[in-house]
Design a protein around this ligand. Structure first.
Ligand SMILES: NC(=O)c1ccc[n+]([C@@H]2O[C@H](COP(=O)([O-])OP(=O)(O)OC[C@H]3O[C@@H](n4cnc5c(N)ncnc54)[C@H](O)[C@@H]3O)[C@@H](O)[C@H]2O)c1
Length: 361
């Protein structure tokens, strides 16, 4: 039975081929670079040559902690470094577009953080600039590479649950936002910065919905300004549906982070281990119940890697491979415009109380 899982595990492999590795420089030395980007890149054997942050002390500390040799004094200095072929941008989102424009004009391929752009127009402009300069942009939607999600997607693609009919993500956690001052004050919080992962992961499995409905709310006494509880419904052609239900104000101390995909011939269910104890977490769990294989009830798949840090090697590895082969990264920016469009349709629905159609394009 276990050899059945071999192609599923292969689809989750985060190994970066030696011939694809190229020198990387990082812009931004914040929390996520410290706990996820750099540990993942080290584990994958990637070549990070230098780092830059507006906060020079912070850049120096992070560089020292992870053995990064060079701390640049400016973005210009980083972009003038001819060794650097790929720039990994992880700054506060409002700062990202300007860095992207400058780095593209300097001839660098880019990995950008999510959300890729504040609005679709800016996103389209950046994608067009990269295309004109013949450069690649990928977006760090690393949940697609998290083993629980990647293995579930591979099982769906292998036909193990027949035709998928529904996917749900249910997350009920207590999130401490205090490490990010800019998240405490933003008007758009939950969908823009958190559910974006689930929505993009659902897109990677079910594709783009045609209509959405969303409601968002706050909890008495919550610290952040924006919405912390959301319910998003995604309607697909025919009978396929998806639901993302998230709250960050769990005051009972019983976190849960569940996902499930149902199909005509079976189901897949799992947990996102990271959210049980952020940022260390625990491995995901994943089980499949299939009349195609067939299984005798629920069969557990052995997850061996984590969302943080392991999955962070995924978008970078996919970008590096695309640069080598001239192919398209899994999380290419032009695909990510559809994730952005979905976010904005959900906010529009939240604001108006009405469902929103998504035009295909
Ligand atoms: N799982 C995930 O994918 C995930 C998790 C957390 C954060 N993020 C994203 O990563 C990005 C960074 O998040 P973070 O948690 O590290 O935030 P952070 O606030 O801890 O760090 C941001 C860093 O960017 C630096 N910075 C801001 N503007 C800059 C500029 N123009 N040039 C150079 N440095 C600049 C700041 O000095 C700061 O050190 C955000 O876009 C966020 O949405 C993604």
């Amino acid at each position: 039975m276990l050899e059945l899982f071999a192609p599923i595990a292969a689809a989750c492999d985060l190994t970066v081929a030696e011939q694809d590795k190229r020198p990387i420089a990082i812009v931004g030395a914040g929390v996520i670079v410290d706990v996820a980007h750099l540990p993942a890149y080290r584990r994958a054997g990637l070549d990070v040559v230098g780092i830059y942050d507006l906060n020079a002390d912070r850049a120096a500390q992070v560089a020292a902690r992870h053995g990064v040799e060079k701390v640049y004094r400016s973005l210009d200095e980083l972009l003038l470094d001819e060794r650097v072929e790929v720039v990994d941008i992880a700054v506060a989102p409002q700062a990202q577009p300007a860095v992207v424009r400058q780095a593209l004009r300097a001839g660098k391929h880019l990995l950008c953080q999510k959300p890729f752009a504040p609005d679709e127009e800016t996103g389209k402009e950046l994608v067009a600039l990269a295309r004109k300069l013949d450069l690649q942009i990928a977006v760090n939607q690393q949940l697609r590479f998290d083993e629980g999600i990647a293995a579930a997607r591979a099982m769906v693609r292998a036909g193990w649950i027949g035709h998928p009919t529904a996917m749900s993500v249910t997350v009920n956690i207590a999130t401490d936002w205090t490490a990010w001052e800019w998240l405490l004050t933003t008007d758009r919080l939950e969908i823009m910065f958190h559910s974006i992962h689930y929505l993009d992961a659902i897109r990677s499995i079910l594709g783009d919905p045609v209509r959405v409905f969303c409601t968002g709310s706050r909890t008495p006494g919550q610290l952040p300004k924006g919405e912390t509880r959301t319910m998003s419904t995604l309607v697909y052609p025919g009978d396929v549906r998806a639901l993302v239900h998230v709250t960050h104000e769990n005051r009972t101390g019983d976190p849960e982070a569940l996902f499930r995909i149902d199909g005509s011939e079976g189901s897949i269910k799992g947990t996102l281990g990271l959210l049980y104890n952020y940022p260390d977490g625990r491995p995901d769990t994943l089980e499949v119940n299939s009349r195609i294989l067939p299984t005798d009830g629920w069969l557990p798949y052995p997850v061996t890697t984590r969302w943080i840090p392991d999955a962070f090697a995924g978008p970078m590895g996919s970008l590096l491979k695309a640069i080598s082969t001239g192919s398209t990264p899994e999380t290419t920016a032009s695909d990510n415009l559809h994730t952005l469009r979905l976010l904005h349709a959900l906010y529009d629905s939240m604001d108006t109380g009405e469902s929103r159609a998504l035009e295909s394009s």
